[in-house]
Design a binder for this molecule. Structure first.
Ligand code: F6R
Length: 233
């Protein structure tokens, strides 16, 4: 696990962008994408760049259960607003959280990942150490699955909703076993709220109590964090 510490999200996103550009130049064709506040600066850099993504497939980590793609709180909507409306990609996949057949949707998503192995996976991290929506205690062996969000994740996500009652309690998420085969993983984290999770991920035991700790086993994982997120290392 390579750790890169930077002053702020701006600098860190630039480093992540440079890594992405290198990977594209080396032939990467499939990007794993995240939502949330962490990758927003990186998406701005992608939009502002003259890099060509028309041959690139994207696969998002997760989606809330029960939200239609056009719902402003859905991750479909987020991706449209933050990236896809401005940059053309070959094809983009996001789990279908609105389907009545969630089990089938998880199977189909695993098939999509099998057919389009991820070259470059972007990750954020939850304050409880989750990656994707793999909450603490989720088996490292799971692929795409439906998961109950923890109270702390629901509370952290409430900032995007009018009130706590509206925050979805379930999500479809790529599992650790879907994320780990990615050739290169870049996890970013900004701010003091992430410092404990970062310290556990980097220096703690590899345990399902801190899902991100599994990245210690990944051969090409790069962690880009600002000073505040690095404070407990
Ligand atoms: C989002 C995702 C989550 C977030 C994490 C951090 O697709 O998979 O794991 O990366 O919850 O969220 P932010 O970036 O909002 O702090």
């Amino acid at each position: 696990m390579e750790i890169i510490t930077v002053k702020n999200a701006q600098q860190g996103s630039q480093k992540a962008f440079n890594l992405l550009a290198q990977n594209l130049q080396a032939g990467a064709k499939v990007l794993g994408l995240a939502t949330g506040s962490t990758p927003v600066e990186l998406y701005k850099l992608i939009i502002a760049s003259d890099l060509d993504f028309t041959d690139i497939t994207t696969i998002n980590l997760d989606e809330y259960v029960g939200l239609a793609p056009q719902d402003p709180q859905s991750y479909h909507y987020f991706m449209q607003k933050q990236l896809f409306a401005y940059k053309q990609f070959k094809q983009s996949f996001i789990p279908d959280g609105a389907t009545p057949d969630l089990q089938n949707a998880t199977k189909q998503y695993d098939q999509i990942i099998d057919e389009n192995p991820i070259d470059f996976q972007i990750l954020g991290i939850g304050q409880n150490g989750h990656i994707g929506f793999n909450e603490p205690q989720t088996s490292f062996n799971l692929k795409t699955h439906v998961t109950d969000l923890t109270d702390s994740t629901i509370a952290a996500n409430a900032r995007f909703f009018a009130d706590n009652e509206q925050v979805p309690t379930q999500a479809i998420s790529m599992g650790i076993a879907s994320i780990m085969p990615s050739k290169q993983i870049v996890l970013m984290a900004w701010g003091a709220d992430k410092a404990t999770a970062i310290a556990q991920m980097v220096n703690g035991p590899i345990t399902e109590n801190c899902p991100a700790s599994v990245l210690q086993q990944h051969p090409h994982a790069t962690v880009i964090i600002d000073d505040a997120a690095a404070a407990k290392l």
